[in-house]
Design a protein around this ligand. Structure first.
Ligand code: SF4
Ligand code: SF4
Ligand code: SF4
Ligand code: SF4
Length: 575
């Protein structure tokens, strides 16, 4: 069996088929970025316009003076993965090990004919430092994969999603690395490999030269010659060393620098004869190479695709102004971002309203799940009304605080995704609660609460939830009605138009609670207009948690009002 890659028709065919699938997959997925509708601009911007806007934008960025920004993104965000380091050291070690180890193996080892040989004349994979580095990069990948598996087993739950495709990707990576190490180890102890190498590169001058060389390699480099019997003497070793330096040293370093494969070869020694006879090193080589080709073909359809999407997303969002959304390029950018999400769960862990998820158990509150749903919406998946209602609830609980965008290691502009998906939800007939809640004013909601409460209280008997802040009068009782909270509130200040003015200002809300008029406080528009900026809470002389109270009122109002029939007339007694 031919041992080299380029000499094998079978492997060549496999390589080209894999490459073809990989390229077709990448083209298909990138083409979809321009075809899917992901926001309020959907339907208004034809695909042609999207393509030309992206091409123009790319050209403008390349010829702009944003080199420093581009360098910063490429060096810090991409190469050093600084965005991950900001949130978790263990995740950074995991991701950096896999990314750096894998990329170096790809460039230095898999593409050695194209890259390493040209950069380093005299390169041989069995010479140092290449042999040592190959082991080092392989270990980095194994360590990274090990941490990833540990995290997935340790932190199961809605904050971290593990799919079958993730398992396949991890398994494939493990097969590639482990088979690579085993192939190297089996070659070290393979008598047939050694004999083949000797017949190609070594010519004996004296009768015992062959024995001397084998004696030296078996003592120093861990080679095994189960079919030979020889007594190793100092003279034989000295002669073997000299021969090795003359004939082998130019392309073979000390095998001990392969610090993983060498000890692994030690464990394989008892089976050396059968491994050598079955040509294990050749089969392991084929397993290794075929697994690489399968990985190549699988790349566009797996998590590995983020190797392409994440750098692009980081670059696009790194050099553009997140607050200025260009409607022509927004949809392809959003679609690309949806592909860039690795479901790492960082956004969900840092989400300001993650505690609300624990209370309501609606996973659509968590940004990672929300983004998955946005992807389903964008791909045109049919969802029933109940599903859309749950999604709408998740979307409205979001405080648009930017935290998730700040921590996302893929650099996704999540803020823009949320705003766009809200518009999309409205178009499907599921506007966010703050839209339909403003249909009535506070006293009208209060009336409706009283009107319907008999029926829903009966249905929810025993399920009433205790709200920590608004149910505890000690929380708001110290309010002295100084109005500081209202005076510092940017929402109150911004509403200069009387038609749009805040109906019940923050200090009035506190007063309603003090008076026990919870129903009126729940119906206040202030509750829905609050931006959770925390100005009121930070400035309150009595230390009252004004913002937290208003936020709790918002959730409480939604929970109550969603059960009320908003179309019913309330001119008769329902009881
Ligand atoms: S949006 Fe970003 S932070 Fe959230 S799961 Fe996806 S990649 Fe991770
Ligand atoms: S913007 Fe919304 S989803 Fe993101 S962290 Fe803030 S509350 Fe959570
Ligand atoms: S600032 Fe504090 S004490 Fe003053 S009105 Fe507002 S909640 Fe009451
Ligand atoms: S947290 Fe809400 S109520 Fe308080 S100052 Fe900010 S916008 Fe106004």
């Amino acid at each position: 069996m031919e041992r080299t890659l380029l000499g094998s028709t079978f492997l060549f065919t496999f390589l080209f088929v894999s490459l073809g699938i990989c390229l077709a997959g990448i083209i298909f997925r990138i083409a979809r970025w321009f075809a899917v509708d992901t926001g309020p601009e959907a339907g208004f911007i034809p695909v042609k316009k999207r393509v030309s806007a992206v091409l123009k934008g790319t050209a403008a960025a390349l010829f702009s003076l944003k080199f420093l920004k581009i360098f910063k993104v490429l060096f810090f965000d991409l190469l050093l993965q600084s965005r991950i380091l900001k949130t978790s050291l263990s995740r950074w070690i995991m991701h950096f090990s896999i990314f750096f180890g894998f990329m170096m193996l790809l460039l230095m080892h898999a593409l050695d004919e194209i890259i390493t040989k040209r950069l380093f004349p005299g390169y041989f994979p069995t010479l140092d430092p290449f042999q040592f580095l190959r082991n080092l990069f392989g270990v980095m990948v194994i360590v990274g994969v090990g941490i990833a598996v540990y995290r997935r087993l340790r932190y199961r739950g809605p904050m971290l999603i593990t799919r079958y495709t993730d398992r396949y990707a991890v398994a494939l990576l493990a097969v590639i690395i482990v088979s690579g190490f085993l192939e190297e180890s089996s070659k070290m102890i393979s008598e047939s490999s050694f004999n083949r190498m000797m017949s190609g590169y070594f010519s004996a001058c004296e009768p015992h030269d062959e024995t001397a060389l084998k004696a030296f390699w078996s003592r120093e480099y861990g080679s095994v010659f189960p079919t030979m019997k020889f007594r190793i003497t100092p003279e034989l070793l000295a002669r073997g060393k000299k021969l090795s330096e003359e004939s082998c040293a130019s392309c073979h370093a000390d095998t001990r620098t392969a610090f993983i494969s060498y000890p692994a070869a030690g464990f394989m020694k008892p089976f050396a004869l059968s491994l050598s006879k079955s040509r294990a090193e050749v089969w392991l080589y084929y397993i290794h190479v075929l697994a690489c080709f399968i990985g190549l073909a699988y790349l566009p359809f797996s998590k590995f695709f983020h190797l392409i999407t994440d750098p692009l997303t980081l670059l696009v969002n790194g050099i553009s102004d997140k607050k200025k959304v260009n409607p022509l390029t927004a949809m392809p950018r959003r679609a690309m971002e949806l592909d860039a999400c690795t479901e790492c769960g960082t956004c969900s862990r840092y989400c300001s309203v993650a505690p609300v998820f624990r209370m309501l158990q609606n996973t659509e509150i968590l940004p990672m799940h929300k983004l998955r749903t946005v992807k389903r919406l964008a791909s045109g998946k049919d969802m029933d009304s109940a599903e859309l209602q749950i999604i709408s609830e998740g979307a409205f609980i979001c405080t648009t605080c930017f935290k998730c965008t700040e921590v996302c290691p893929a650099g996704i502009n999540l803020q823009d995704q949320w705003l766009a998906s809200r518009e999309l939800l409205s178009e499907t007939g599921h506007p966010l609660p703050h839209v339909w809640l403003k249909k009535f004013n506070a006293s009208e909601w209060s009336d409706r609460m009283r009107y319907f409460e008999a029926s829903w209280k009966e249905a929810d008997a025993g399920k009433e939830r205790y709200y920590n802040l608004t149910d505890d009068s000690n929380v708001f009782a110290p309010c002295i009605q100084c109005q500081t909270c209202t005076n510092v509130c940017p929402v109150v200040a911004a509403r200069t138009d009387p038609k749009d003015a805040v109906d019940i200002t923050p200090h009035k809300i506190m007063n309603l609670l003090r008076l026990g008029l919870h129903d009126l406080a729940l119906g206040s528009r202030m509750v829905w207009d609050c931006t959770t900026c925390y100005q009121c809470q930070e400035n309150c002389p009595q230390g009252i948690k004004v913002t937290d109270i208003i936020y709790e009122l918002k959730n409480r109002a939604y929970e109550h009002f969603k059960k009320i029939d908003r179309t019913a007339e309330i001119n008769e007694d329902p009881c």
